[in-house]
Ligand binder design. Sequence first.
Ligand SMILES: C[S@@+](CC[C@H](N)C(=O)[O-])C[C@H]1O[C@@H](n2cnc3c(N)ncnc32)[C@H](O)[C@@H]1O
Length: 196
Amino acid sequence: MSWVKTDNADLAAKVEQRVRYLERYHPEGPIEILETCQGSGLIWGRVKVELPHRQLRVTGIDVKPKAGRLRLKSERFLAMPGWSFDVIDVDTYGSPWTHWFHALENAPTDRPLTVFLTYGDVMAAGAGGFNPRHLTMLGLDLGEHRLPPGLGSRVYQRCTNMLIGLAHRYGWKPENVESIRPTPRVTYYALHLRRL
Ligand SMILES: C[S@@+](CC[C@H](N)C(=O)[O-])C[C@H]1O[C@@H](n2cnc3c(N)ncnc32)[C@H](O)[C@@H]1O
């Protein structure tokens, strides 16, 4: 897998990243997009402005109610087999990895998938909440033991490459993995998955 690191900023960076991946990996035809943390829909609203000639079919999910979208924890949606999208966007300022694992488990195998993940390092900000399930998924079982939050954050950062590399276990090859770090505690990942 190839890794490209870039520095950039916030909404403009997210929009630019998505436009670039769509142009490269989905150059023609309608594109089915699942926006799992839709919020106010700023990102894909801006992407549509940048690509007015493209048919971007956005399905929105959020835990907050709003007309025209699904209201639920979107990781639960991804955990149910049967969905079919070309693009999955997980723009949460927490951890996107539970969404990521469910996407790997249940993505349809007859088409490639482009994925955007926002990781906000809430552990480094002192909020605690390191999820040992991520280590378990990497084959590291802590049992009943807990990592101190500070150490958990450092371990978690080092796990990121391994978390993305887990795609191989599910029969996917991650291509063009890009990470943009507008601040030290936030990373915007983009990558494209093809079947091995
Ligand atoms: C950073 S905002 C998203 C901004 C959005 N992408 C935009 O372009 O405006 C995060 C959103 O994710 C929602 N959210 C957080 N966790 C979620 C989850 N597990 N399932 C669904 N929505 C979630 C929050 O309610 C919030 O609206």
